[in-house]
Design a protein around this ligand. Structure first.
Ligand SMILES: Nc1ncnc2c1ncn2[C@@H]1O[C@H](COP(=O)(O)OP(=O)(O)OP(=O)(O)O)[C@@H](O)[C@H]1O
Ligand SMILES: [Mg+2]
Length: 359
């Protein structure tokens, strides 16, 4: 499967443009601030309806416009599909697959999978737990509609429950109903994340061994707030145990919204003890592992989006990454400088939101 074209209207610094892509490696060159990352962000957005850079739709709309519109044409052998997504300043969204409107965004899962690697991804190691939870939710959501529904429901009931805990008069029955709703989704979400992380850990360990010249052993470990393998009743008990504290903090204190995961290298926590280079390599290993995992789960390679990655790597790692990139995976690379000459790429030039194929 590959993305044949993208049409863009009113997205970030793009007014209106359409680009045809190569099924192999597409390289977007251009000076700083011209729209390279914005283009990769648009491709990623088409895959899941979310941006890795912001949760605010209005930030994605061109400053002089009222809405954005994206359309992607996908080719899977003889089969062609289109995905369309639009968003307006008043918050309205419209999404279509093959011209048919989607009732829920989760329905887009699985049609176009992507793995996005950008310099900010270092925050996956260095940042707070919410960045890692967001990563898990986005990545698992790509391959599992059931997971996206569960997370969507959990977040909705969590918002309602937290609002209730903050209110002066608390309806005890409503609190119990919302707790039971949370308990229904909490277990499956955390178990799903843990399973995904275990598989990702095995694949990432292999990639990391290669990238570190067999010097480092990487492990990813899920940190539960309610524990693995619990029945629904046991999960309800965990919520009940935290009730007193909840009244004090006026917020739900246990559940998958408090979970996290750690990067462990040779037994030490990478966040606390890893060097910048080790952290960057670990994130790259995880991203390359994701490609394999998506292939294993869906039988298709995802698109690979590499934003400004080469400038961050030393020559050995640059070459290892280039060796990995082959025609199997349709790849989109942004760079302010040309790549080493051995890379076979289709180059484009981006200048102030205009894209032209470079001859
Ligand atoms: N909603 C928006 N409307 C209009 N312009 C925007 C919007 N959001 C961002 N921009 C502009 O887009 C430009 C940044 O684009 P982008 O991040 O794609 O740059 P880049 O080509 O990747 O640059 P670099 O090489 O520095 O990474 C900035 O000039 C920014 O002001
Ligand atoms: Mg950029």
């Amino acid at each position: 499967m590959y993305l044949k074209t993208i049409s863009i209207k009113g997205w970030r610094n793009y007014k209106e443009t359409k680009v045809c892509f190569s099924p192999g490696i597409n390289l977007f060159l251009g000076n700083n601030g011209q729209g390279k990352t914005n283009l990769l962000e648009a491709i990623y957005f088409l895959s899941c309806g979310q941006s890795p850079r912001t949760a605010k739709i209005e930030e994605l709309i061109n400053w002089s416009g009222k809405y954005f519109y994206l359309k992607g044409e996908l080719c899977r052998g003889e089969i062609k599909n289109t995905i369309e997504m639009g968003g307006a300043r008043d918050g309205r969204r419209a999404n279509k697959i093959d011209g048919i409107p989607l009732q829920r965004l989760a329905e887009v899962s699985g049609l176009l999978n992507t793995v996005f690697f950008m310099p900010e991804d270092l925050y996956l190691v260095k940042g707070g737990p919410s960045a890692r939870r967001r990563f898990l939710d986005l990545e698992i959501g790509q391959i599992s509609k059931a997971y996206r529904y569960a997370v969507g429901n959990y977040k909705k009931y969590l918002r309602e429950r937290n609002a209730l805990l903050k209110s002066r008069v608390q309806d005890k029955i409503l609190l119990q109903v919302l707790t039971e709703k949370l308990a229904e989704f909490a277990g499956p979400i955390a178990e799903h994340r843990n399973d995904y992380l275990q598989k990702l850990s095995i694949l990432a360990r292999l990639k990391h061994r290669k990238l570190s010249g067999n010097m480092e052993e990487l492990n990813l470990k899920y940190n539960w707030s309610i524990g693995p393998g619990l029945s629904r009743q046991e999960i309800l008990d965990r919520y009940a145990e935290s009730r007193l504290q909840e009244q004090r903090y006026k917020s739900t204190l246990v559940g998958p919204h408090k979970d996290d995961f750690s990067f462990i290298i040779n037994g030490s926590d990478l966040r606390a003890f890893g060097s910048q280079g080790q952290q960057r390599t670990a994130v790259l290993s995880v991203k390359l592992a994701e490609i394999e995992l998506i292939k294993a789960e869906t039988n298709e390679y995802p698109l690979l989006l590499l934003d400004d990655v080469f400038s961050e790597l030393d020559d050995d790692r640059k070459n290892l990454l280039l060796e990995y990139l082959t025609d199997r995976v349709q790849t989109f690379i942004s760079s302010a400088e040309p790549l080493p000459p051995k890379a076979m790429v289709t180059p484009y030039w981006i200048d102030a939101g205009r894209i032209s194929e470079r001859i």
